[in-house]
Design a protein around this ligand. Structure first.
Ligand SMILES: [Mg+2]
Length: 196
């Protein structure tokens, strides 16, 4: 028997990479600390166009899929960790293969923010992108090979977290208005073409 080879991974940002976020209208009864981008209700989760196809393509190419998401809304108090986990669970239930199994291997989120209102979470933290803590934790937990891994996100700090974790900068793909790729599907096609 061969020794088990560690898996290559595609790290995926969640908000505005896989699901609409900053463009969502305020909830009906927003928390006083709510601000655009805060998402606490799993019923408001939907996938962006191409997100499901992108994840299926990457999974078929053999990658582990790990979502890494900053959730400073917990530190600000407009969402709880339970809310974030409920939203993540909904994302997991929407991103499934043809048999209904989730395509997502693991979720990591950072509830910390230096300018929060909830003392427990109001500080800078190694998990918070652009720091690499979530990626490094996933590497240890799941036995990932970072030298063959990629990252897709819509903010420069997403890509910075990948580089800070040791990923090659040309494997950290920026999508959307600021990026080279229109959306997550365009980025996933690039990954599947260039995977080794
Ligand atoms: Mg984002």
């Amino acid at each position: 028997m061969c020794a088990q080879q560690s898996r290559a991974c595609v790290f995926l940002d969640r908000d505005d990479t896989l699901i609409p976020n900053n463009t969502l209208p305020p909830p009906a009864d927003p928390h006083p600390a709510w601000k655009p981008g805060d998402l606490s209700d799993p019923d408001r989760v939907e996938l962006l166009p191409g997100a499901l196809e992108a994840c299926r393509l990457l999974k078929q190419a053999g990658f582990a899929l790990v979502i890494v998401t900053n959730q400073g809304c917990v530190a600000r108090g407009s969402a709880t960790v339970e809310d974030v986990e409920a939203v993540n669970a909904r994302v997991s239930r929407l991103l499934v293969d043809s048999k209904g199994s989730s395509l997502i291997d693991a979720f990591y989120y950072c509830p910390y923010h230096p300018d929060g209102n909830v003392p427990e979470y109001s500080r800078e933290h190694e998990l918070r992108k652009p720091q690499p803590g979530m990626l490094l934790k996933a590497k240890d937990d799941l036995g990932l090979d970072l030298s063959r891994s990629w990252l897709i996100g819509d903010m420069p700090r997403d890509c910075e977290s990948g580089v800070n974790a040791g990923l090659s900068s040309n494997r950290c793909l920026l999508i959307g208005e600021q990026g080279k790729f229109a959306d997550v599907l365009a980025a996933a096609r690039h990954v599947s073409k260039h995977a080794d």
